[in-house]
Design a protein around this ligand. Structure first.
Ligand code: NDP
Length: 399
């Protein structure tokens, strides 16, 4: 029986609250805190059991520390934005509370994706006897656990890893992002980067692509090479990996809009002067794009996110594909959110459950692949994200 304090009342926060509320035997007390408390109250009103809400600016460490000391939760689940990660970790250290997030820290003024800032907290959390679990969403998150699971049960060594994120859903809007538009566009417009023979190789944004034939009736889609943060931790923790890449599907329509927005300067993250007011174009763009939450009732189709791993088992070369299929409309029927928020929020709840049940509780700062994957994989099957593993022949491998 534990108390959890969830920070962030956006698309992902809504799913985490719904899923924790369904599991009263683990999460018997829930507090939802965010910058705009009315959004917390709107989520609370969707639930069949009462939860507490609070207003907090998570960038104000003193204010957040006071809230944590007053509420005394067992764990903080951070599903605000990546900019808040370090402030929330500081407040957790001040108040002596375990920590979990779903995205690595990003400095607001630079789209830089790396774990260095959060890994630097290792000693502080260890000394305080507190657990910090980083990246407990789907990618990062489940993809890290999938890799650890294949390594534990299917392959003695992994040599090549391709993480493939396919959203075959359609929301019918001319242009919209499935999660926070600012975070999404910063990520997508960054240079591609992949791991090869012990070093990072860079590619211009979204220039490397190929077709991949997805299961469950989704069929062939174009996938684009991008950098994604789990590549950094997975290649660190499985140093035998010779090549690791991350791919994502984009529709031609999404790419056409993105190209125009970039060309006209609307994706810039540096301030520009507009009639004497400083405006960051990407933040302004966010304010005119559809709220990802509004896409929930509109989105139809499936997501398929998984890992293709090639390696050696008992001296033989083997290739396995492990993936989940999630249906946007089924997610909406269950928790009033589309599958992108759902596939992030469910693993955040399961990561929280792992810590609260002492299965993944260890002082320090950890990535998902550093713990035993088995209890997490069991819970994915039980709480809404069932997975399967198939063996591929060499023709199933991406080039
Ligand atoms: P949203 O923009 O929908 O929600 C973010 C929430 O955080 C909002 O409620 C916002 O408040 C709140 N917030 C922002 N700043 C502060 C602050 N200073 N103090 C308190 N609350 C604040 O984002 P999403 O729900 O789409 O994404 C949440 C997180 O999940 C992000 O970090 C994202 O990167 C991550 N993510 C991870 C994925 C994965 O697979 N690992 C996939 C998708 C997302 P307000 O309402 O006032 O703006």
């Amino acid at each position: 029986m534990s108390k959890v304090l969830i920070i962030g009342a956006g698309g992902v926060g809504g799913v985490v609250v719904h899923k924790c509320a369904q599991l009263a035997e683990v999460f018997d007390e829930i507090v939802l805190a965010s910058r705009t408390e009315s959004k917390c109250k709107a989520i609370a009103a969707q639930l069949s059991r009462p939860i507490k809400t609070a207003q907090v600016d998570a960038d104000n460490v003193e204010e957040l520390t006071a809230l944590l000391k007053a509420e005394k939760p067992d764990l903080v689940v951070n599903v605000a934005l990546p900019y808040q990660d370090l402030h929330i970790m500081d407040a957790c250290l001040n108040a002596g509370i375990d920590y979990l997030d779903t995205a690595n820290y990003e400095p607001p003024e630079e789209a830089k994706f790396e774990y260095s800032w959060q890994w630097a907290y290792q000693e502080k959390f260890e000394k305080a006897g507190l657990t910090a679990l980083l990246g407990s969403g789907f990618d990062p998150g489940v993809t890290n656990v999938y890799t650890a699971y294949l390594r534990k049960h299917y392959l003695d060594e992994i040599h090549e890893l391709d993480i493939i994120d396919c959203n075959a859903g359609d929301h019918g809007q001319p242009f919209a992002t499935n999660f926070n538009p600012e975070i999404n566009i910063r990520e997508v417009t960054a240079k591609g980067r992949y791991w090869k023979n012990g070093e990072w190789c860079e590619t211009p944004p979204l220039t490397v692509n190929q077709s991949y034939d997805f299961p469950a009736g989704i069929g062939p889609k174009n996938i684009y090479l991008m950098y994604h943060e789990e590549l950094e931790s997975i290649t660190k923790h499985f140093p035998e990996i010779k090549r690791a890449r991350f791919w994502m599907t984009f529709s031609d329509n999404y790419l056409k809009h993105l190209e125009v927005l970039q060309n006209v300067g609307m994706t810039r993250i540096d301030p520009v002067d507009y009639n004497g007011t400083e405006v960051i174009p990407l933040q302004f763009l966010k304010s005119v794009l559809p709220d990802p939450g509004s896409l929930g009732p509109l989105t139809k189709g499936k997501t398929c996110i998984g890992c293709v791993a090639k390696g050696i088992k008992d001296g033989q070369e083997k290739i396995y594909y492990i993936y989940n299929i999630c249906d946007h409309e089924e997610c909406y029927a269950e928790v009033q959110s589309q599958a992108i928020s759902y596939t992030t929020g469910v693993p955040a709840m399961i990561g929280a459950k792992m810590i609260l049940e002492n299965k993944w509780k260890r002082p320090g700062v950890w990535n998902m692949e550093q713990f035993d994957p088995d209890p997490f994989m069991d819970d994915l099957n039980q709480y809404g994200l069932p997975w399967q593993v198939v063996e591929l022949d060499s023709t199933g491998l991406i080039s």
